[in-house]
Structures are given as structure tokens and as C-alpha cells.
Design a protein around this ligand. Structure first.
Ligand code: TYM
Length: 333
């Protein structure tokens, strides 16, 4: 049985990109593996946020993770800041990471671009993510393609620590799905679909109503032609809509291309919108039931307790190897 871990920042209502690229593949491993899912609230603090917004979004994210199919009684679902070992291991790993490695991270470059001063949290963000993963002796990390660089860094840090201190960490592997690992913005096919995009038309939120989905897909950027073909270089937006269609319905892109040959964008977009509605509606119904049930706090508490018991063992192993004196409290001894 592999240990599988993934996480999401509570930085807005999850998008269909989050679902298809990460949540759905994570849920598919439930039956066979030991699954750990984390709401990365400490990561969300790396960009300015109102405290009330962080609080509300964290709770929304737990409810949404479960609505997407994560079974909180089977998988461990928890909030990152509830397990203090993340911050401790993150600091230890920071001492094992170079400036050069972090400077090469594209997410830091993108998010920091144009800012007069960039917070150090944004800079060391990938180290905290490495701690999230290594704390749980994780084998597999199902994530979208945009996380590839962070997973590679985590592997490098783990290998470096293992070389220096003997086998300290499991070296994890990223898992990237074939369809849906990189859903792009609906208005700019060269940018990732993101829940923090300033333009709502750029993404499909998992709570978007059928009418909103239809409107957003209807207005999604295409081009002046009418060919429905996968051509990422010349037709990134249409290629993205085909990819989205394929990921929502579990079909191959080639099948969709063949089906809509010579049909034009109108009918294609109408069917795509209905496919998205069919994908998100069951999630919305479950989400509404969860919000009424008042179960979220109990899941968070239970998840934190179970996560902590694994994290503490790792911290004990790590601190001993690197020479920190065992003590009360933070070392969990
Ligand atoms: P976040 O919150 O940006 O996204 C959560 C997950 O959704 C995937 N994803 C996408 N997949 C396909 N197409 C898209 N347009 C798209 N947008 C997002 C992301 O790749 C991710 O898998 N740093 C992480 C959160 C995190 C984490 C971790 C993940 C913190 N610690 C440890 C895995 C393991 C993040 O910001 O994800």
C-alpha cells in the first residue's frame, strides 16, 4: 500500500482545473492506498489575505475536498497549520536548500514579478511544500503539471538529506494525469486556469451554476477559424477546450476532434458546457449537504490528530539524526 499525499491552497473556490488535475486522481487512489490530503493554509499566507477570508476559505476547502470525493473517515484530511511539525521541518529543510535552487522556481518568479518587494514566504514556499510531503513518508504525490518543479525540488532535498544523514526520507514521486494535468485559462490559452485569477471568466469554479458555466464557455476565447483541432502552438484556446472536454468526459482528445469535425464552435461549446455541468453538479449537491451537516470541524480535528501522529514520528527521526536534543513539546517526545 503506497502513501499518497496531496494538498491545495485555500485561495478561492476550487476550479475545475484543481479537480481534474489533482482532486480526481487523488480520489481514485482511495480504494488501494493510504491517502493524506492537506489544506495548505500556511502557503496561502504568502500573498496578502484578510484574516476572515483565510478562515472562511479554509473551511470551504475542507468541505469541497470531501465533496469532491475524499472520504474523511478513510483518508486523513487536515489543515496544515494544525500540525505544527510542518513549520519545524520546513525550517530544518531550509538549512539544506540553496538560494540558487529557490531562485530558479518559476512560481516565485511569476508571483513576484513586478512587485517592488517580494515576501520571503513566497521565496521559501517550495521548502514548506517539501516538508509537507516528506513529513508523511509519502510515496506518491498526485498534482497538476504546475507543481512539477516543486516535486523535483522535494526529491532533490530528500536525496541530499539521505546522502548526508543516512536514509532519512522516502523519496516521493509526482503523479500527473494524462488528461487535465494542465487546464488553461478560458481567456488566455497560455496561462494556467487559476482560482486566484482576477477575471472570473478565466476559470470554471466548482460552484458555478449551469448558467454561469454556459456563459463562461460561450464567451471562452477561440479564434477566427472554425476548426476543432489540437494545435497548442497556433490554437492554444481551442486545444485547451478540447483537453477540458476530454478530461471531463474521460474520452480521448482524438475522439472529440473526430466527433466535432466540420461542426463549428457553437455546437462544440454547447456540448462542452453540458459536459462540465454534468461533472460539477454532483459535487455541488454533496457540497451543499456537507455545509448543512456541520461535520467540517470534526473532520478537521480528527484529521489533525491522525496527521500529527505520523508527523511526530518523522520529526523525532529527523531531529535525532541531525543532532537536536530531544525535549518536551515541539519535538513531540
Ligand atoms: P494549488 O492550490 O495551486 O492547486 C491545487 C492542485 O490543483 C492543481 N491545479 C491544476 N491542475 C490542472 N490544471 C490547472 N489549471 C490547475 N490549477 C491547479 C495543482 O497542480 C495542485 O495539484 N503548492 C500547492 C499546494 C500544496 C501541495 C503540498 C500540493 C502545498 N503543499 C504538498 C501537493 C503536496 C498549490 O499551490 O496548489
Amino acid at each position: 500500500m503506497a502513501r499518497v499525499l496531496s494538498g491545495i491552497q485555500p485561495s478561492g473556490i476550487m476550479t475545475i482545473g484543481n479537480y481534474l488535475g489533482a482532486l480526481q486522481p487523488f480520489v481514485q487512489r482511495h480504494a488501494t492506498d493510504e491517502c493524506v490530503f492537506m489544506i495548505a493554509d500556511l502557503h496561502a499566507l504568502t500573498v496578502p489575505q484578510h484574516p476572515d477570508v483565510v478562515r472562511a476559505r479554509t473551511i470551504d476547502a475542507v468541505a469541497m475536498a470531501v465533496a469532491c470525493g475524499i472520504d474523511a473517515s478513510r483518508a486523513i484530511v487536515f489543515v496544515q497549520s494544525h500540525v505544527m511539525e510542518h513549520a519545524l521541518l520546513s525550517w530544518i529543510l531550509t538549512t539544506m536548500t540553496t538560494m540558487g535552487e529557490l531562485e530558479r522556481m518559476t512560481q516565485y518568479k511569476d508571483k513576484g514579478q513586478g512587485q517592488v518587494s517580494v515576501g520571503t514566504g513566497l521565496f521559501v514556499y517550495p521548502v514548506l511544500q517539501a516538508a509537507d510531503i516528506l513529513l508523511y513518508d509519502t510515496d506518491i504525490v498526485p498534482v497538476g503539471d504546475d507543481q512539477r518543479q516543486h516535486i523535483e525540488l522535494t526529491r532533490d532535498i530528500a536525496k541530499r538529506c539521505n546522502q548526508k544523514y543516512g536514509d532519512m526520507f522516502v523519496v516521493p514521486q509526482g503523479q500527473y494525469v494524462d488528461r487535465g494535468t494542465r487546464i488553461m485559462s478560458l481567456v488566455d490559452g497560455r496561462r494556467k486556469m487559476s482560482k486566484s485569477d482576477a477575471s472570473e471568466g478565466a476559470y470554471i469554479g466548482l460552484l458555478d451554476t449551469p448558467d454561469v458555466v454556459r456563459r463562461k464557455i460561450g464567451r471562452a476565447t477561440t479564434d477566427s477559424g472554425k476548426d476543432i483541432v489540437v494545435d497548442w502552438e497556433h490554437k492554444p484556446e481551442v486545444s485547451n477546450l478540447i483537453e477540458l472536454f476530454a478530461a471531463c468526459t474521460g474520452q480521448m482528445s482524438a475522439h472529440i476532434v473526430a466527433q466535432y469535425e466540420g461542426v463549428g464552435y457553437g455546437a462544440f461549446k454547447r456540448d462542452l458546457a453540458e459536459a462540465i455541468v454534468a461533472c460539477v453538479q454532483p459535487i455541488q449537491q454533496t457540497y451543499a449537504r456537507i455545509r448543512e451537516s456541520g461535520m467540517v470541524q470534526q473532520w478537521m480535528d480528527d484529521g489533525a490528530q491522525r496527521a500529527r501522529s505520523i508527523a511526530r514520528q518523522t520529526v523525532r527521526r529527523v531531529t535525532e539524526r541531525i543532532g537536536l536534543v530531544p525535549g518536551d513539546g515541539h519535538l513531540g517526545v
